[in-house]
Design a protein around this ligand. Structure first.
Ligand code: NAI
Ligand code: MG
Length: 360
């Protein structure tokens, strides 16, 4: 039976990088007989311009019906002056929460060819391969009550709420342990249990889930220490599982250990491993339309899609191998450019991955 893939290029550099990822996906589709059918729609600024909303109901229905969603990026100054409720980023938050994509996987892998691209010392980051599992649909970003108000004395005040239920913690903890099982059986749960009640529950539930995974070596770390350790000695980690806000911050931090955000893919999964796949970076309005954006994060997101939503391990591995070969050939977009390498644009980089994949 054919599988439906919904492609949402978005805006900014989104359409440019997605065009390359789609070429790669199409080659993988025929080479590995995946039986994928691709369809396209708009999200973010592109959707606002076309439908007047950043996520149209029909698009959401199509995303629900699809077996997986591949997303470019959204947002930019063009939409800064519109109603904040209609901003491109709102479409992104809405599709994540409507699809129940609670499990966000953000690998930070340093390709050996790019060791010079990191701002950290080579011995600190060489061989780095960690995975941050971030809870994506709960916690302080969604907690109620949240309010901005004015006190009787006229002082402005605002508050947010950080709620986690047992079931929310349990399901993301399981994702963390499952990932640890297929990697190096080492999991670090990051919280702030010395201060926050939600973190105390988090730690308790993670310990309970751990009983089902006796082979996994579990540790706990407070988030402030984790931030420090990620920069001091990132290779001590293998899989990190953490809440929505801590994961947001730590995963951006981890991404920069690898040199360029233009290299980093992500997966956001629901309870059935149905997912949405996108690069970690945004729509890069500063370079949009110039044909110079790095398409590799989006191409690697295709690989994650094959791995996590469709268990097509050979095809997923092949795409990663093709990317590695292109880096071996010395091809670099501007963000990962270094001396002695050949600078290429978005399309040339995509073509090179396509050629490498065909030849594997
Ligand atoms: P950004 O990730 O778009 O860009 C940050 C810097 O990285 C820029 O200098 C950009 O040129 C560079 N960059 C990003 N991706 C690149 C690539 N593939 N190749 C080469 N260079 C690349 O973050 P920024 O500038 O903070 O946000 C721009 C817009 O994107 C905002 O509207 C923001 O809200 C939105 N955004 C959207 C996300 C998404 O769609 N998932 C995620 C993050 C931001
Ligand atoms: Mg973020």
């Amino acid at each position: 039976m054919s599988k439906q893939i919904l492609i949402l290029p978005g805006d900014g550099i989104g359409p440019e990088i997605m065009a390359e990822a789609v070429k790669v996906l199409e080659v993988a589709n025929s080479k590995f007989n995946l039986g994928f059918e691709l369809s396209f729609d708009d999200l973010g600024g592109a959707a606002y311009d076309r439908y007047g909303v950043p996520l149209a109901d029909e698009t959401l229905d199509r995303a629900r019906a699809a077996d997986a969603v591949l997303l470019g990026a959204v947002g930019g100054p063009k939409w800064d002056t519109i109603d904040p409720a209609l901003r491109p980023e709102r479409g992104l938050l809405k599709i994540r929460s409507e699809l129940g994509l609670f499990g966000n996987l953000r690998p930070a892998i340093l390709y050996p060819q790019l060791a010079q691209a990191s701002t950290l010392k080579p011995e600190v980051v060489s061989g780095l391969d960690i995975l941050i599992v971030r809870e994506l649909t709960g916690g302080i970003y969604f907690g109620k009550p949240r309010e901005r108000t004015t006190l009787e004395n006229g002082e402005r005040m605002a508050y947010d709420t950080l709620p986690y239920s047992e079931s929310e913690v349990r399901r993301i903890a399981k994702v963390g342990f499952d990932m640890a099982m297929v990697r190096n059986k080492k999991l670090c749960s990051v919280d702030k249990a010395n201060v926050l009640a939600s973190s105390q529950l988090w730690r308790e539930v993670v310990e309970e889930v751990a009983k089902d995974y006796p082979e996994v070596e579990l540790s706990h770390m407070y988030v402030d220490n984790a931030a420090m350790q990620l920069v001091r000695a990132p290779k001590q980690f293998d899989v990190i599982v953490t809440d929505n806000m801590f994961g947001d911050i730590l995963s951006d931090q981890a991404s920069m250990l690898t040199g360029s955000i233009g290299m980093l893919p992500s997966a956001s999964l629901d309870v059935n491993n149905k997912g949405m796949y996108e690069p970690c970076h945004g729509s890069a309005p500063d370079i949009a339309g110039q044909g110079i954006a790095n398409p590799l994060a989006t191409i690697l997101s295709v690989s994650m899609m094959l791995r996590y939503s469709f268990a097509q391990v050979a095809a997923a591995d092949a795409i990663e191998q093709a990317v590695s070969q292109v880096l071996d050939q010395g091809l670099r977009t501007g963000d990962i450019q270094s001396e002695g390498c050949r600078k290429v644009g978005t399309v040339e980089m995509g073509d090179a991955v396509v050629a490498a994949l065909k030849n594997l």
